[in-house]
Design a protein around this ligand. Sequence first.
Ligand code: PLP
Length: 365
Amino acid sequence: MPRPIEATIVLDALRSNLALARARAPAAKCWAVVKANAYGHGLERVLPALGQADGLALIEFGHACRLRELGWQKRILMLEGAFDAGDTATARAYGLDLVVHCEEQLGWLADGPQDGPSINTFAKFDSGMNRLGFDYASLRQAHARLSAMPAVRSVALMTHFANADLPNGADEALEFFAAATAGLPGERSLANSAAVLSVPAACRDWLRPGIMLYGGSPFGQQSAADLGLAPAMRLQARVLARRTLQPGDAVGYGSLFRASEPMPIGVVACGYADGYPRHAPGGTPVMVDGMPSTTLGRVAMDMMMIDLRQCPGAGVGSVVELWGEHVPIDAVAQSAGTIGYELMCALAPRVAVRVEALSPQRKAP
Ligand SMILES: Cc1ncc(COP(=O)(O)O)c(C=O)c1O
């Protein structure tokens, strides 16, 4: 028997989250961000749910080529652009759009062949994150150089917000971007999930939602459910042992939890080697046989312990939801001092993954 832990990818959730993103700006086109193996969900698994996206955006060239092999014919945007001159050639061969954020990338395009298939580019402006992008002084020249290259078919303009998840957090960057790009031709792409959901002015020609597609909230103070998002990943494991603690008994490495009364606990087949955060302290929410409960003590490599006081009927084989529809991944992440993005991306390869197929869509009457 395989270890009793399983992740489920819920394609209906992905599809409805994408529809929700699109509904925020119906006139805009939408890149579905699928970097990091679709935020841990599996590129190939999520593809059937993303048919309504106008393009896919990611970072890994190998995965982009794989998307073409899988039959994705619409656009693909490489969010960090080329990592060397060879990637520029790959982009041309596979019809990939490139973000261009630095001099070196301009040089690889300029030095490559100028005949043959041409490339759509997105000149990236650094609107305050100081990560990737041309600064105010160099953006216009970069735009002009790209526009003059026969190898370049189009030049769009983009930026990525540092603080769109905070109230008015994108205002300054939005103004800076407007000033830096004033009068320049080309489409605009600015909005990550937080901006799609809260900054209408940022929802220009191309949206770039990521986390919201997977049912995670981009905001610390607003839950995914409140935003109408459905979790696309459910992580479940089973209880593999039930035992009863006596007052004074301790649980797990470091004896971090000590019972003050007789109490039943469950040992669950999930640990940090499955991607569950070791830093999640005792008290992190779980659900057992449909009842809310919490973890006890320290998460180990392959197991964790949970409180069964509220679930007297639970025992070996009981299903424990670690995150999913009833236990928001963001709540687990918050308890562990991180964000839902990290938990999704860290789902371990040893966890079996099942895909819940798309249900037929009802046609509008
Ligand atoms: C350039 C860029 N655009 C869009 C996104 C999607 O962001 P989010 O997952 O917060 O929607 C990311 C993710 O970090 C990104 O790096």
